[in-house]
Write a protein that binds this ligand. Structure first.
Ligand code: MG
Length: 163
Protein backbone atom coordinates (compact mmCIF):
# COMPACT_ATOMS: atom_id res chain seq x y z
CA UNK A 1 0.00 0.00 0.00
CA UNK A 2 1.00 3.61 -0.53
CA UNK A 3 0.15 6.88 1.17
CA UNK A 4 0.02 10.27 -0.57
CA UNK A 5 -0.33 13.84 0.64
CA UNK A 6 -1.90 16.78 -1.16
CA UNK A 7 -2.22 20.48 -0.40
CA UNK A 8 -3.93 23.35 -2.20
CA UNK A 9 -5.05 26.90 -1.53
CA UNK A 10 -7.12 29.45 -3.45
CA UNK A 11 -8.07 33.07 -2.77
CA UNK A 12 -11.66 34.21 -2.59
CA UNK A 13 -12.91 36.31 -5.49
CA UNK A 14 -16.16 38.20 -5.95
CA UNK A 15 -18.53 37.07 -8.65
CA UNK A 16 -17.62 33.38 -8.67
CA UNK A 17 -19.43 30.30 -7.39
CA UNK A 18 -17.91 28.54 -4.39
CA UNK A 19 -17.45 24.87 -5.29
CA UNK A 20 -16.03 22.39 -2.78
CA UNK A 21 -15.83 18.68 -3.53
CA UNK A 22 -18.06 19.15 -6.57
CA UNK A 23 -20.82 20.76 -4.49
CA UNK A 24 -21.92 24.40 -4.92
CA UNK A 25 -21.83 26.04 -1.47
CA UNK A 26 -24.05 29.11 -1.05
CA UNK A 27 -21.71 32.01 -0.17
CA UNK A 28 -21.12 35.63 -1.12
CA UNK A 29 -17.83 34.83 -2.94
CA UNK A 30 -16.19 31.99 -4.82
CA UNK A 31 -12.56 31.00 -5.29
CA UNK A 32 -10.22 32.45 -7.89
CA UNK A 33 -8.66 29.97 -10.30
CA UNK A 34 -8.09 28.89 -13.89
CA UNK A 35 -10.44 25.93 -13.46
CA UNK A 36 -13.57 25.99 -11.27
CA UNK A 37 -11.06 26.41 -8.36
CA UNK A 38 -12.37 23.43 -6.40
CA UNK A 39 -9.57 23.55 -3.84
CA UNK A 40 -10.74 20.37 -2.06
CA UNK A 41 -10.68 18.26 -5.21
CA UNK A 42 -7.30 19.71 -6.19
CA UNK A 43 -5.76 18.64 -2.88
CA UNK A 44 -7.30 15.16 -3.20
CA UNK A 45 -5.94 14.85 -6.76
CA UNK A 46 -2.43 15.66 -5.50
CA UNK A 47 -2.77 13.12 -2.68
CA UNK A 48 -3.79 10.40 -5.18
CA UNK A 49 -1.08 11.30 -7.69
CA UNK A 50 1.45 11.54 -4.88
CA UNK A 51 0.61 8.08 -3.53
CA UNK A 52 1.05 6.60 -7.02
CA UNK A 53 4.15 8.77 -7.73
CA UNK A 54 2.46 9.99 -10.91
CA UNK A 55 3.41 13.66 -10.71
CA UNK A 56 1.05 16.44 -9.65
CA UNK A 57 -2.06 18.30 -10.76
CA UNK A 58 -0.01 20.97 -12.52
CA UNK A 59 1.78 18.43 -14.71
CA UNK A 60 -1.51 16.77 -15.70
CA UNK A 61 -3.71 19.84 -16.14
CA UNK A 62 -1.44 22.89 -16.61
CA UNK A 63 -3.10 26.23 -15.86
CA UNK A 64 -1.33 27.66 -18.93
CA UNK A 65 -3.52 25.40 -21.11
CA UNK A 66 -6.76 27.01 -22.32
CA UNK A 67 -8.27 23.53 -22.39
CA UNK A 68 -8.59 23.62 -18.59
CA UNK A 69 -10.11 27.13 -18.30
CA UNK A 70 -13.24 26.84 -16.19
CA UNK A 71 -12.70 23.07 -16.02
CA UNK A 72 -15.08 21.04 -13.86
CA UNK A 73 -12.69 19.58 -11.27
CA UNK A 74 -14.90 16.51 -10.77
CA UNK A 75 -13.92 15.56 -14.35
CA UNK A 76 -10.23 16.03 -13.51
CA UNK A 77 -10.68 13.81 -10.43
CA UNK A 78 -12.42 11.15 -12.55
CA UNK A 79 -9.47 11.19 -14.98
CA UNK A 80 -6.95 10.87 -12.13
CA UNK A 81 -8.86 8.01 -10.48
CA UNK A 82 -8.81 6.21 -13.86
CA UNK A 83 -5.08 6.84 -14.26
CA UNK A 84 -4.31 5.57 -10.76
CA UNK A 85 -6.40 2.44 -11.46
CA UNK A 86 -4.59 1.87 -14.76
CA UNK A 87 -1.31 2.04 -12.87
CA UNK A 88 -2.49 -0.91 -10.74
CA UNK A 89 -3.85 0.86 -7.66
CA UNK A 90 -7.24 1.08 -6.02
CA UNK A 91 -8.19 3.86 -3.63
CA UNK A 92 -8.40 2.69 -0.01
CA UNK A 93 -9.56 5.88 1.70
CA UNK A 94 -9.19 9.64 1.56
CA UNK A 95 -9.13 12.09 4.48
CA UNK A 96 -9.15 15.87 3.99
CA UNK A 97 -9.18 18.98 6.17
CA UNK A 98 -10.65 22.18 4.73
CA UNK A 99 -9.54 25.39 6.51
CA UNK A 100 -11.49 28.65 6.28
CA UNK A 101 -13.14 31.12 8.65
CA UNK A 102 -16.34 31.29 6.58
CA UNK A 103 -18.58 29.89 5.28
CA UNK A 104 -19.45 27.31 7.91
CA UNK A 105 -18.87 23.96 6.25
CA UNK A 106 -20.48 21.46 8.60
CA UNK A 107 -23.97 21.65 7.00
CA UNK A 108 -22.42 20.78 3.61
CA UNK A 109 -20.07 17.95 4.63
CA UNK A 110 -22.56 15.09 4.08
CA UNK A 111 -23.31 16.25 0.50
CA UNK A 112 -19.61 16.71 -0.25
CA UNK A 113 -18.70 13.24 1.05
CA UNK A 114 -21.51 11.68 -0.99
CA UNK A 115 -20.44 13.51 -4.16
CA UNK A 116 -16.78 12.54 -3.73
CA UNK A 117 -17.62 8.92 -2.87
CA UNK A 118 -19.51 8.68 -6.16
CA UNK A 119 -16.33 9.62 -8.03
CA UNK A 120 -13.70 7.86 -5.90
CA UNK A 121 -15.66 4.68 -5.17
CA UNK A 122 -18.31 4.37 -7.89
CA UNK A 123 -20.89 1.70 -7.18
CA UNK A 124 -19.32 0.79 -3.82
CA UNK A 125 -21.85 0.82 -1.00
CA UNK A 126 -19.40 1.74 1.76
CA UNK A 127 -17.75 4.47 -0.34
CA UNK A 128 -18.95 7.34 1.81
CA UNK A 129 -17.33 5.73 4.88
CA UNK A 130 -13.97 5.86 3.10
CA UNK A 131 -14.03 9.58 2.36
CA UNK A 132 -13.64 11.92 5.30
CA UNK A 133 -13.92 15.71 5.00
CA UNK A 134 -13.36 17.88 8.05
CA UNK A 135 -13.91 21.63 8.30
CA UNK A 136 -11.81 23.87 10.56
CA UNK A 137 -11.18 27.56 11.05
CA UNK A 138 -7.66 28.97 11.39
CA UNK A 139 -8.63 30.65 14.69
CA UNK A 140 -8.42 34.04 12.88
CA UNK A 141 -4.64 33.63 12.45
CA UNK A 142 -2.76 34.55 9.23
CA UNK A 143 -4.36 35.17 5.82
CA UNK A 144 -6.73 32.20 5.94
CA UNK A 145 -7.83 33.36 9.37
CA UNK A 146 -8.44 36.83 7.93
CA UNK A 147 -10.77 35.31 5.34
CA UNK A 148 -8.48 35.73 2.31
CA UNK A 149 -9.05 32.21 1.03
CA UNK A 150 -9.33 28.48 1.70
CA UNK A 151 -6.60 25.89 2.30
CA UNK A 152 -6.98 22.12 2.10
CA UNK A 153 -4.72 19.30 3.29
CA UNK A 154 -5.55 15.75 2.14
CA UNK A 155 -4.13 12.25 2.44
CA UNK A 156 -5.00 9.20 0.36
CA UNK A 157 -4.21 5.52 0.78
CA UNK A 158 -3.82 3.31 -2.30
CA UNK A 159 -3.80 -0.49 -2.33
CA UNK A 160 -2.12 -2.55 -5.05
CA UNK A 161 -4.75 -4.35 -7.10
CA UNK A 162 -4.27 -8.12 -7.15
CA UNK A 163 -3.72 -9.04 -10.79
MG1 MG B 1 -5.87 24.50 -7.18
Amino acid sequence: MRVGFGYDSHRFEEGRKLILGGVVIPYEKGLKGHSDADVLIHAIIDALLGAAALGDIGSHFPDTDEKWRGADSTKLLEAVVAEVRNAGWCVGNVDATVICERPKLSPHIPAIRKRLAGILFPGEEDGVNRISVKGKTNERMDDVGAGVGIEVHAVALLNKTSS
